[in-house]
Design a protein around this ligand. Structure first.
Ligand SMILES: *Cc1c(COP(=O)(O)O)cnc(C)c1O
Length: 391
């Protein structure tokens, strides 16, 4: 054969290996070959399990999805290209045959608010906010608005509120409202929402699960009731994660529990140290006995595992003071994101909560003097030393 032909065919499409590699290979193929047209016919007709096209399923994605289903104790998982597209696809799937109304926790990731209003709102989705930490008010909101879905985060951003998931799930069940939980901040090490009655769990795996700040990703894990719809719509809409990202995410997850334990220890030590610092006005950490959700935290989170985030206010600090403080940090990485191996700092006032109306910010308790830290896995003495010199 001529070189032009060999360039296209040689080396590829070898027989599947009979030995099992210790890690899942990255399958970059867009499509698969079958033994015969009859076999392809059976696979297309879903009479036989097999691979046809990577928008439907891919072996590297399958491996990641099986892993996450196991961690979240769910029925099935879809790996998506980002946390945001996972949220969008999950909402589209559960609202297919339900009222197109979402009751959204007031304390929620900024881009989620924009997704609900600027993207899905344009297609007729109605969204209202509720305080998921006030069960009586939440019950009233559910009755008045009759949403198809309630969307909340396990640990909220940036004030780290924790809702009473089993109680909220019971309120939703009684009304045939789907409970969707963004579990990004907690990870399945701290909380597995499906075990508490949630129907759908979404992750931005960009954060703790991948953990190294090198890949975007989202995950949708559901009960049996919703998995088929999530899959069926995904085969058409194709929000899927690429095979390289699946590999990186799976590699990251292997150490996520170790990292998360260390990040929880470090954020706890940081919170303790900050509380005694004369420049600090207030510390927000789920370990604080004065935390407004202390009883729920005590019941739902494992002892000592309160998450890797800590937020705090600097006494009398306005925007220029916070800028100066953050500019003085040397070790701490100042970038948007969280959950990475390195400690990160973010100023909600100009970033995540920039577009939140002032009155709503005041109601949420997000003040100009508030900064948010994501503890990394460094030696905590070094993190403290950096923050100390910057204060
Ligand atoms: C980052 C984040 C998202 C969005 O995920 P991407 O991977 O950035 O698309 C959603 N929810 C929470 C809580 C997040 O922190």
């Amino acid at each position: 054969m001529k070189i032009q032909t060999r360039a296209v065919h040689a080396g590829d499409r070898r027989k599947p290996q009979t030995q099992i590699p210790v890690s899942t290979p990255v399958h970059f193929a867009a499509s698969w070959i079958n033994e015969s047209q009859a076999e392809q016919d059976r696979i297309f007709g879903a009479e036989q399990k097999g691979y046809a096209y990577s928008r439907y399923c891919n072996p590297t994605a399958d491996a990641l999805e099986e892993l996450v289903t196991s961690l979240e104790n769910g029925h099935g998982t879809l790996a998506c290209a980002s946390g945001m597209v996972a949220l969008q696809h999950a909402l589209t799937s559960v609202l297919l045959d339900r009222p197109r109304r979402v009751l959204c926790a007031r304390d929620i990731y900024g881009a989620t608010i924009k997704l609900l209003f600027d993207v899905m709102g344009s297609y007729g989705l109605e969204t209202k906010f509720a305080d998921t930490n006030d069960l009586a008010a939440l019950e009233q909101a559910l009755d008045e608005f009759q949403p198809g879905c309630l969307l909340m985060e396990t640990i909220s951003n940036p004030l780290l509120r924790v809702g009473d998931m089993p109680a909220i799930a019971a309120l939703c069940k009684a009304r045939n409202t789907v409970l969707m939980v963004d579990n990004t901040f907690a990870t399945p090490l701290l909380m597995r929402p499906l075990e508490h009655g949630a129907d759908v769990v979404v992750h931005s795996s960009t954060k703790y699960l991948s953990g190294h700040g090198d890949t975007l990703g989202g995950l949708i894990t559901t009960t049996e009731q919703f998995h088929e719809t999530v899959r069926r719509l995904s085969r058409i809409a194709g929000p899927v994660m690429g095979p390289m990202e699946c590999f990186l995410t799976m590699r990251g997850i292997k150490t996520f529990a170790l990292r998360m334990e260390r990040q929880c220890q470090n954020s706890l030590a940081l919170a303790m140290w900050l509380k005694n610092h004369p420049r600090i006005e207030a510390v927000y950490h789920p370990s604080c006995p004065a935390h407004p959700d202390a009883a729920v935290i005590d019941r739902l989170l494992p002892e000592g595992l309160y998450g890797g985030m800590v937020s705090f206010e600097i006494k009398g600090a306005a925007k220029p003071d916070i800028f100066a403080f953050l500019d003085r940090l040397n070790l701490v990485v100042k970038a948007t994101s969280l959950g990475d191996v390195h400690t990160m700092a973010l100023y909600p006032w100009i970033s995540s909560h920039r577009d939140v109306p002032p009155a709503l910010k005041a109601e949420m308790g997000v003040r100009e003097s508030l900064v948010r830290f994501s503890a990394g896995i460094e030696a905590v003495e070094d993190i403290i030393a950096d923050i100390d010199q910057a204060l």
